[in-house]
Design a protein around this ligand. Structure first.
Ligand code: PXP
Length: 241
């Protein structure tokens, strides 16, 4: 069964709406772990719009499951990650105006800039994952450049509006998982997954991790982080291939 990574960024987003000290994303990480999360995911953005350096350090202290840091390939952020040593770094594209990460990292085009970042992180014993679109060239380039894992962007599935679009997006994901496994990569998935749409993706054989944020934090507003996490873990279990 694929493991659940709970992305706690949006708890920090609510805190930053008032620039105060609550709700604390570190408390959310504790509750998510108590709910059965196998991984805590956070994104330390260059503009620190939600998670900040204090959160990253505190998460490193208190998270005793896998800690996954999403990050850009900017050398200052890479230096922070190399010092912090999370279990895993997921390299993502980052644009200042975006609401959330949009699409995947272009590993093919950016290979020259990505290579030194991976080398630095790998030297520190950090698992390296590339957040990419489910495209053969991107998957093969990720394997060739030295990533241990790819996280397939599930946005085209999440945004599909017709049964035909849904089926095509699922098919692309299924084929991409096989390509990734064929390249000896761990294959993760994430973006736009919710309690309503995760089932068919979780049923695809070969995924080992899903990183889910907005939907879990949204449900946590009503049922609490521990229960929201428990419900998503249960959903992954029910649909596991
Ligand atoms: N995976 C990656 C790499 C992301 O950037 C994000 C969004 O921060 C997620 C997963 C989670 O996406 P969502 O909030 O839509 O569940």
């Amino acid at each position: 069964m694929a493991q659940l990574g709970v992305n706690i960024d949006h708890v920090a987003t609510v805190r930053q709406a008032r620039r105060t000290d609550e709700p604390d994303p570190v408390w959310a990480a504790v509750e998510a772990q108590l709910g059965g999360a196998a991984c805590i995911t956070f994104h330390l953005r260059e503009d620190r719009r939600h998670v900040n350096d204090r959160d990253a350090a505190a998460l490193k202290e208190i998270v005793n499951v896998k800690l996954n840091m999403e990050m850009s390939i900017d050398s200052r952020i890479v230096a922070i990650a190399a010092r912090l040593r999370p279990t895993q770094c997921t390299l993502v594209p980052e644009h200042r105006a975006e609401l959330t990460t949009e699409g995947g990292l272009d590993v093919v085009r950016l290979a020259r800039r990505i290579r030194p970042a991976i080398r630095r992180l790998r030297d520190r014993g950090i698992v390296c994952s590339a957040f990419i679109e489910p495209i053969r060239e991107q998957i093969e380039a990720s394997a060739a450049i030295g990533f241990h894992a790819v996280e397939l962007w599930t946005g085209s599935y999440a945004h599909a509006r017709t049964p035909r679009q849904l089926a095509a997006a699922l098919n692309t994901l299924r084929e991409s998982v096989d390509i990734g496994r064929g390249c000896r990569l761990e294959v993760h998935g994430g973006h736009g997954l919710t309690y309503r749409n995760t089932g068919p993706v979780a049923a695809i054989p070969g995924f080992s991790e899903f990183n889910i944020g907005h939907s879990i934090v949204s449900r946590a507003v009503f049922v609490g982080m521990r229960e929201a996490t428990r419900q998503m873990v249960e959903l992954l279990r029910l649909h596991a291939p």
